[in-house]
Design a protein around this ligand. Sequence first.
Ligand SMILES: N[C@@H](CCC(=O)N[C@@H](CS)C(=O)NCC(=O)O)C(=O)O
Length: 211
Amino acid sequence: MAALKLYHAAPSRSSIVRWMLEEIGEPYDLHLLKLGDGDQFKPDYLAVNPMGKVPALDHDGVVITEAAAICTYLADAFPQARLNVPIGDPRRGVYLKWLFFGPGCVEPAMIDRAAPRVEPPRRGMLGYGDFDTVMKVLATAMAPGPYLMDEHFTAADVVIGSTLRWGTMFKLIPERPEFAAYVGRLGERPALQRAVELDREAFRGLAATLR
Ligand SMILES: N[C@@H](CCC(=O)N[C@@H](CS)C(=O)NCC(=O)O)C(=O)O
């Protein structure tokens, strides 16, 4: 039994963590949930994550939820993978900014755009401000490349990159050359390719059990 166990549904936000785990390179076990069957609301899973959501990660008996928090945690717990910017490095603040910007600004901006509210709140009430500004800030940050922290690929790229890959796939973000180039570079990473292929297999397996 591995020290790490990912509660996973493929494809879903837990694929962010699967990619992160593939980048880390440590062995991990998978506990697959069928969201369509409501596994996330069964008492044994609610005991793991009372939110009834994936992902959840168990590391040596400690459970962590929220994809970006899990990625931040893993990067610090396994520093040999060089996916964090360690405490003491002056660039850590910027790295943390991007880790929070993913779930705090990019994802809600994208979801609000995909499922608009009947009465949109004032810009000042929204933590992300407005969709166009979020996209502009991201595109500007990505323009120099190759990654958010320049040459250093980090957990922040896994978090923000996953959302942008998803946004590109479902056409939820504008077609900008900066996004296309960044998402293209991420797609070349062997760990991401492995995670995608493993998810595809898991999904095929799941589809077979549902037939
Ligand atoms: N804030 C959570 C969101 C997790 C989330 O929404 N997961 C979805 C899958 S993409 C889920 O578990 N959906 C099942 C449901 O809500 O019933 C995170 O970032 O980890």
